[in-house]
Ligand binder design. Sequence first.
Ligand code: ADP
Ligand code: MG
Length: 257
Amino acid sequence: MDAKNTPVRGTGGAADPLVVIDHVDKHFGDLHVLKDIDTTVARGEVVVVIGPSGSGKSTLCRAINRLETIDSGTISIDGKVLPSEGRELATLRADVGMVFQSFNLFAHKTVLENVTLAPMKVRKLSKKAAETRGMALLERVGVADQAKKLPAQLSGGQQQRVAIARSLAMEPKLILLDEPTSALDPEMINEVLDVMVGLAKDGMTMIVVTHEMGFARKAADRVIFMADGRIEEEAAPEQFFGAPRSPRAKDFLSKIL
Ligand code: ADP
Ligand code: MG
């Protein structure tokens, strides 16, 4: 095996694995977008995924939530292998919160309704219980005073905090955040990152695709660097940023830092 195909391993070997990604491959037609992805995320761990555009970060997130199928390998969450379809998939998917770059709030529902709909429908919470929980979550992300408004009346940073509250409302075992601050005006980035740091401190298991290196240094237990569909390097943030080992990581960091 040449050096290019040997990922540099860091702090693998999780004691209490929540997500196990086992030799996953994925193609889009002729394009090989995930190449032998093999890693584990422990319960309570915060993993930051970085890498150049097109390296497969979003596809990996979507595969973990089965918004994308995979060609081979397995992904399991809390000991259960993700099936490709069916009722069991819906149950497992509800365990995984997902926050996208583009907020994806329901435009014609109020902020509070955005946070209460899924718990009522999927978790069968009463409206009252869902609203109580919803208000507490909106409080936690600092937008409780916006509860009766429509998403479009909020700033981008507020909308993204609602999106985080909405994913928390399902009490997921894991939250995936795919470039959650990339669409935000600079002055709103920190209010969202602060909420994410709070979640990390509270012990939430998180996989975060981001180029916010301050967040990675502050909150990540591990950084996964992807390039060209492959995990090139995994390491604790201080090691990764201080002394990246793979040439591609060095090159990437020299461009963004
Ligand atoms: P990243 O999030 O790291 O920028 P993506 O996972 O979005 O990368 O994309 C990885 C590669 O897969 C890119 O070359 C992209 O163009 C391609 N790709 C992503 N989604 C699709 C799709 N639905 N159909 C075809 N190609 C896709
Ligand atoms: Mg992406």
